[in-house]
Structure formats: structure tokens, C-alpha cells
Ligand binder design. Structure first.
Ligand code: NAD
Length: 357
């Protein structure tokens, strides 16, 4: 079992990960306090596969459960509205608790409703996808999508606890596991170090879900994310590097219609796009570009797609993280990401050519 503390002063919390980490949940929750009512928000796939696992909490709180339809389309204002009405109907009060039990979609949506209900109530994350465990559940970014862009409505609301039980990943469909590996590769490329070395030597074991390797990967990603979030909780500087591949990726997801590309698939192509820009601007050497291709391709992620260039550029011009010009995260070498507002149109057009199917 691994425990990482996200150091954020009064908003600090633990992230506990590993096989059967859920067995610790009753004790971890008891240490947070007494919650009269708890609403578990999940999706129907997770409910079917693992719905009973949280019944261990029924001795210490009045436990309610609700489900959303699986998939990105549920990360919407409409779903948030429905959940908020349901919480009101249950008589939930400020001292009650939300449990986000699912992938990044459930985590972002449940975190969002927890952050706005009665001006904010506590929530914990129990991520059930690889993407959720290595990235989305830690850091307190919540949100829903608008038709015109991803995550355009949201808040920063830190969970009080994250419990990432890697045994939950056993039922995850192959495509979802591979999608999660995109965020893992992102951490390896952006931070280098032990994770990059592990991916270089044990990529095959990772994709065949070797229990020990997956456990190590989850713990290493959580440690990287916790350190970045502790330095820059609200994404003003250091945290922006975690958006590697996301400017292009979010635009592709929104343009294609939510759900056609998995989040990880879109950011895989986005990382190839960013690596192309960096190489075209003379910032990144061809070997490092090739490492992108080999790692992402080796995992089984897409490296290109069909898309409309003009529309993607319109989508990323609305990206909330940009001031007047898009800020691109570009690697100068493995483990050395930098923010750039000086990307030339020529470098973008050449990179477009390279990731067009
Ligand atoms: P997801 O939540 O849609 O889950 C993927 C699919 O797997 C769904 O169909 C779900 O029902 C199913 N599933 C989940 N757990 C399962 C399990 N254990 N067994 C069987 N099926 C299971 O997708 P995701 O990839 O986890 O999350 C993507 C979302 O995360 C995007 O909306 C993205 O914007 C967001 N995200 C947020 C952050 C953040 O910091 N808040 C970071 C990265 C990504």
C-alpha cells in the first residue's frame, strides 16, 4: 500500500493506492470525521462491476447511491442539475459527503456538484479507471463540458481523500486501460526519472496489467501529480505542464463530438502534435520525437487522426488556459517541459501534416 500526502495547507489530503486499498476505506473515512449522509455517485458500468464494494461504509453513515450513464456526454450541465436536485431531495446538508466512484467523468462531475451544492460540501475520490487513478482523481479540478468546449465550466475543489484500489482495474475494458496509459506516458515524458525508466523497461508488462508494475506506475504518477499540485494548486504556472498534449487533444475531443475519441486517445495525438511543433521549432531532437512515437504507439494509442484544422484552431482559441495567445506545453528534452506562447504558424501547419491520417 502506498500513501502520498498532497500538501495544500488546510486542504491537504492523503492519496492511498495499491491492491485492495478499499479495505482501508472505513478507517480512513472515520479519521476524517462523522458524516451523517453519504451519496455515492457512480456510472452504470461501475455500478454493475463493483457496486457492492462500498457497502462497507453502511455501518458508519447513511449510504445512498446514484448512477449516471457512462461516457463523456454525461459530463454536462444537465447531469449536474439532475444530481443537485437529487441531493436536495435526499436532504443532504453541509456536513454530508459525496463519494465519486468511477472514472474521470464521474470524478469531474461529482467533484463539481460537491463544490457548488450549498456552496461546497466534502467529497472523496475512489477512482476506478487507470486514468482516474494516475491523474484525474488528484488535484481538485472539477468540471463539466459545454458544446463549444471541454471543461469550460468548473471549479477547484480538493477531495478530502483519494483511495485508488488497483484491483478495480481488472474489469476495465482494454480500450479504456490503453486510454489511461496516455496520461501515464505523459508523466514519463514530462518528468523523466523512475517512471520513464520503468516505461522503457516494462512497457509490455504495464499493458498486460502486471499487478506489480501497474501498482508502481500508479504510485509514481500520483507522487508526480501531488508534487505539481502542491506547487501550483490553481494552474497558474507549474501545473500547466500537465496539459501536455491537451490543447490539441481537448479540441479534437470537442470537435469530434464527446465520446468518439477516448480522452487518452485524443491526448496521445496531441502529444505527437506538440512533439512535432517542438521538433519543427528546433527545440526537441528527432530521437526524443521518436521516443514519443515508440512509447505511444507501443501502448497501442493512435498517433494520427482525420480532423478539420480550422475547426481545431477555433476550439483551442477558446481554451480557458490561454490568455491572448495559446500557451503550448513543449518538451525541450524528455523530462524538461516548458510553456511557449511563441509557436509559429509554420510549425503548427507542419505538425498538422504529421498527425493527419
Ligand atoms: P470514463 O470516466 O468515461 O470511464 C471510461 C469507461 O470505463 C466508462 O465507460 C466507465 O463506465 C468504464 N469504467 C470505469 N471504471 C471501470 C471499471 N473498473 N470496470 C469496468 N468499466 C469501468 O473515462 P476516464 O478516461 O476515466 O476519464 C476521462 C475524463 O477525465 C475526461 O472527461 C477528462 O477530461 C477527465 N480528466 C480530468 C482530470 C482532472 O484533473 N480533473 C485529469 C485528466 C482527465
Amino acid at each position: 500500500m502506498n500513501k502520498t500526502r498532497v500538501e495544500l495547507g488546510p486542504r491537504s489530503y492523503d492519496v492511498v493506492s495499491g491492491a485492495n486499498a478499499l479495505d482501508q476505506l472505513p478507517a480512513l473515512l472515520a479519521a476524517l470525521g462523522v458524516f451523517e449522509r453519504t451519496l455515492v455517485i457512480t456510472d452504470s458500468n461501475v455500478h454493475e462491476a463493483h457496486g457492492g464494494r462500498l457497502d462497507i461504509l453502511a455501518n458508519q453513515t447513511q449510504l445512498f447511491k446514484t448512477s449516471i450513464a457512462p461516457g463523456e456526454a454525461s459530463k454536462s450541465i444537465e447531469s449536474a442539475h439532475r444530481l443537485l436536485n437529487e441531493m436536495t431531495g435526499l436532504g443532504m446538508r453541509r456536513g454530508d459527503l459525496i463519494v465519486a466512484y468511477g472514472g474521470g467523468v464521474v470524478g469531474d462531475l461529482a467533484g463539481f456538484v460537491a463544490s457548488v451544492y450549498l456552496r461546497g460540501i466534502a467529497f472523496i475520490q475512489v477512482p476506478t479507471t487507470l486514468l482516474g487513478q494516475v491523474d484525474a482523481s488528484v488535484g481538485g479540478k472539477t468540471g463539466v463540458n459545454l458544446t463549444l468546449g471541454k471543461n469550460l465550466v468548473g471549479t477547484f475543489h480538493q477531495p478530502s481523500l483519494v483511495v485508488a484500489d488497483t484491483t478495480l482495474l481488472e474489469t476495465l475494458p482494454e480500450r479504456e486501460f490503453i486510454s489511461g496509459m496516455a496520461e501515464v506516458v505523459k508523466y514519463g515524458l514530462c518528468f523523466g526519472g523512475n517512471l520513464f525508466d520503468l516505461l522503457t523497461t516494462a512497457l509490455g508488462k504495464a499493458i498486460s496489467r502486471d499487478v506489480a508494475v501497474v501498482g508502481q506506475i500508479v504510485a509514481l504518477c500520483i507522487a508526480s501529480k501531488a508534487a505539481v499540485v502542491a506547487n501550483d494548486e490553481t494552474d497558474l504556472s507549474a501545473r500547466a505542464v500537465l496539459n501536455y498534449g491537451h490543447t490539441f487533444g481537448h479540441a479534437l475531443e470537442a470537435w469530434a463530438g464527446y465520446g468518439r475519441f477516448r480522452h487518452g486517445e485524443a491526448i496521445s495525438i496531441g502529444m505527437m502534435f506538440a512533439a512535432g511543433i517542438a521538433r519543427n521549432m528546433g527545440l526537441l531532437d528527432s530521437d526524443a520525437h521518436l521516443i514519443h512515437e515508440q512509447m505511444l504507439g507501443g501502448v497501442g494509442l493512435p498517433l494520427n487522426a482525420k480532423f478539420d484544422r480550422k475547426s481545431l484552431a477555433e476550439y483551442w482559441s477558446r481554451d480557458k488556459k490561454h490568455q491572448t495567445h495559446p500557451r503550448w506545453v513543449l518538451l525541450h528534452k524528455i523530462g524538461y517541459p516548458q510553456l511557449h506562447s511563441d509557436v509559429t504558424d509554420e510549425a503548427i501547419q507542419t505538425a498538422f501534416d504529421e498527425v493527419s491520417a
